[in-house]
Design a protein around this ligand. Structure first.
Ligand code: 3SK
Length: 509
C-alpha cells in the first residue's frame, strides 16, 4: 500500500465527499479560504511544478512561510512529489537561516513576501539553491509563487513507504545550534490517531485555531495534521497572536478547539481581568511548549469555562505524548501517557527511579523521529533504541500523574537538597503582582548555590510589589527554596516555542 501521507491527509477527503468543505481559512491578510478539493488540486500542481524545476525525490524544499493558505499546499505538495519539506521558524535571523539552508542543502526555498528582507542576506553565498520562490511580489532574482506553479501539471502522490523520510523540522532546543529532526510519513497519522483522536477527540465539525505557528511541531499537529485527519477546518493567522488579536479571533471565527501556550494564557487571563471574557465557542483548549502553571490553568477555566489539557511533547516525538485528559484535569501536572506511548523516569545510571523520586523522562512511541540530520553523536545519545531521551526532569505522583521538575541541566541543589526552578517559579506566579518568573542558581557570598528569581510584573504593578515575595514563596514551598535575590525585568529570554532559556539568565545572575 502507498504510505505517502498526502493520500490520507489530502486526497482522501475528495473521495469521501469533502471537496467543498473549507480546510483552511485566513483570519488576517487577504482572508482567503481553501477547500479540501482545492487543496488536493493545488498540492498536485505544486508537485508538478517541483518536477518541472528538476526537483527529485528527497531533495529538501525549505519553507520560510507564514501561516497562510500556501503553507499546506507547499508542505503536502512536496510530500506528493517525494521531496522533503523543511518548514522553518519565521522569526529567525539571517545568520541562522544561512546556516540552516547550508545544513539542509535545500534546492528550493519558498518565502512569504513579508519575510523576504530578513531572508535575502541569508542566501547571498548559498551554493545549493536552484530557485527562490516568493509568495507575493517577486523581487529580482526570485520567482513569484504564481509563476512557479502556473501551468504545471497536476501530479499524483509518488509511492512512499510508511517508514520513508517525509519532512524535517529544525529544533533549536534550549541551547545550541538548530538540528534537523527527520520525520517519516507514518508519524503524522500516528500523532493524529493518538493525541488528536484519543485525547482531543477531534472531529469533522471542529474549527481549530492554534497560536503556535505551523512550523512548530506543536502547531503542525494542532493546525494541520489533526484537523486534516478528520476533515475539520483550521483558522490561520499570519500575524502575531497578541491577547487582543486572539480575543478577536475567538469571537469572530468561533474556534471550538483553541491551542495556546502558557505565556499567552497568563497574558490573556490578565487582560480578561480588565476587559472581561470574550464571547467564544471553545469546547477544549490545549497547552504545551512549557509546563502550564496550576494557577494559570485554573484561572482560565474559571473565567472561560473551557478546560486546558496541558501536555508535553517534543519536536523529536512530533507531538504530545504525556497529557491531561478532558474532564480529568489536574492543573500543575502533565497528566499521564497518551495512549500508544510509554514513559520511564531514570537516574544518571539509566536505572528506573523509585516511586516519588525525580528522574529524566524517557519516552517510546510510534512517532519518534528517525534521527537528526548529520548529527550522529547527538542522534545516538537522544534516540536510544526505542526510547527517546527528553532532557526533562519529572516525578510521578502516587496517582500516576507526571509533574514537571525542570530541564535536566536546570535543577540545582541548595543545602544538599534538589531544587526545581519550576517549582519556585510556580510559587512566584501565584503572587498577584507577578506575571512570569524564571529561577536560576546563583552563588552567595560563600560560593554556595541559592535560588535567584527574575520576575516580570503584571501591568500597573510597581517594583515595590516584590517586597513580600520572598516570604510568600517561603510559606508556599519551604525555607530553603525561596529566592534570595529578586530582579524585576521587562521580559524573559525564551526559545521560539516559549521555553524559558535559563542558561541566558545564569550568565546574568
Ligand atoms: O514543547 C512541547 O511540549 C511540544 C509539544 C508538541 C510538539 C512539540 C513540542 C516541542
Amino acid at each position: 500500500m502507498n504510505g505517502n501521507a498526502a493520500i490520507y491527509f489530502v486526497d482522501r477527503h475528495v473521495d469521501e465527499g469533502r471537496a467543498d468543505k473549507v480546510a483552511f481559512r485566513e483570519a488576517d491578510g487577504r482572508k482567503r479560504s481553501l477547500t479540501y478539493g482545492a487543496l488536493a488540486e493545488q498540492t498536485g500542481r505544486f508537485a508538478g511544478a517541483l518536477y518541472r524545476h528538476g526537483v527529485r525525490r528527497e531533495e529538501r524544499i525549505a519553507m520560510i512561510v507564514q501561516d497562510q493558505v500556501e503553507f499546506p499546499v507547499i508542505f503536502w505538495g512536496a510530500l506528493k512529489a517525494g521531496a522533503i519539506p523543511v518548514p522553518l521558524n519565521t522569526l529567525l535571523s539571517a545568520s541562522v537561516y544561512e546556516s540552516i539552508l547550508g545544513d539542509s542543502r535545500a534546492s528550493i526555498l519558498v518565502v512569504s513576501e513579508k519575510l523576504w528582507e530578513t531572508v535575502k542576506p541569508a542566501i547571498q553565498d548559498n551554493r545549493f539553491l536552484r530557485a527562490v520562490v516568493v509568495i507575493g511580489e517577486a523581487p529580482e532574482g526570485t520567482e513569484s509563487y504564481e509563476d512557479f506553479i502556473a501551468g504545471a501539471p497536476v501530479e499524483d502522490p509518488v509511492e512512499a513507504f510508511d517508514d520513508e523520510m517525509a519532512f524535517w523540522l529544525y529544533s533549536s532546543g534550549s541551547t545550541g545550534q538548530p538540528k534537523g529532526v527527520r520525520h517519516v510519513h507514518s508519524s503524522l497519522k500516528a500523532t493524529a490517531d493518538t493525541f488528536g483522536a484519543q485525547v482531543l477527540g477531534i472531529r469533522e465539525e471542529d474549527t481549530v485555531y492554534s497560536v503556535a505557528k505551523i512550523f512548530f511541531a506543536y502547531g503542525l499537529g494542532n493546525a494541520m495534521s489533526f484537523p486534516m485527519a478528520v476533515g475539520a477546518t483550521t483558522v490561520l493567522l499570519s500575524g502575531r497572536p497578541t491577547p487582543d488579536v486572539v480575543f478577536a479571533i475567538l469571537e469572530a471565527e468561533r474556534p471550538t478547539l483553541f491551542c495556546g501556550v502558557p505565556t499567552l494564557y497568563a497574558a490573556m487571563n490578565a487582560a480578561m481581568d480588565k476587559s472581561g471574557v470574550p464571547a467564544h465557542a471553545m469546547r477544549l483548549c490545549t497547552s504545551a511548549g512549557e509546563a502550564l502553571p496550576k494557577e494559570v490553568g485554573e484561572r482560565w477555566f474559571r473565567m472561560t469555562g473551557a478546560e486546558i489539557v496541558d501536555g508535553v511533547g517534543s519536536t523529536e516525538m512530533l507531538h504530545i505524548f504525556l497529557s491531561n485528559r478532558p474532564g480529568e484535569i489536574v492543573y500543575g501536572t502533565s497528566g499521564t501517557p497518551v495512549p500508544g506511548y510509554e514513559v520511564r523516569l531514570v537516574d544518571e545510571h539509566d536505572e528506573d527511579v523509585p516511586e516519588g523520586e525525580v528522574g529524566e523522562l524517557l519516552v517510546r512511541g510510534p512517532s519518534a523521529a528517525d534521527g537528526y540530520w548529520n548529527r550522529r553523536h547527538k542522534s545516538r545519545s537522544t534516540f536510544e533504541g526505542h526510547w527517546t531521551r527528553t532532557g526533562d526532569k519529572y516525578e510521578c505522583t502516587a496517582e500516576g500523574r507526571y509533574v514537571y521538575c525542570g530541564r535536566t541541566d536546570d535543577m540545582f541543589k541548595v543545602s544538599g537538597i534538589w531544587v526545581s526552578p519550576f517549582e519556585v517559579e510556580q510559587a512566584l506566579i501565584e503572587h498577584p503582582a507577578v506575571l512570569e518568573a524564571a529561577v536560576v542558581a546563583c552563588a552567595d557570598e560563600k560560593g554556595l548555590d541559592k535560588p535567584k528569581a527574575f520576575v516580570v510584573l503584571k501591568e500597573g504593578q510597581e517594583a515595590a510589589a516584590v517586597e513580600g515575595l520572598k516570604e510568600f514563596v517561603k510559606e508556599k514551598i519551604g525555607m530553603w527554596k525561596y529566592p534570595r535575590w529578586i530582579e524585576v525585568v521587562e521580559d524573559l529570554p525564551k526559545t521560539a516555542t516559549g521555553k524559558i532559556q535559563r542558561f541566558k539568565l545564569r550568565g546574568a545572575a
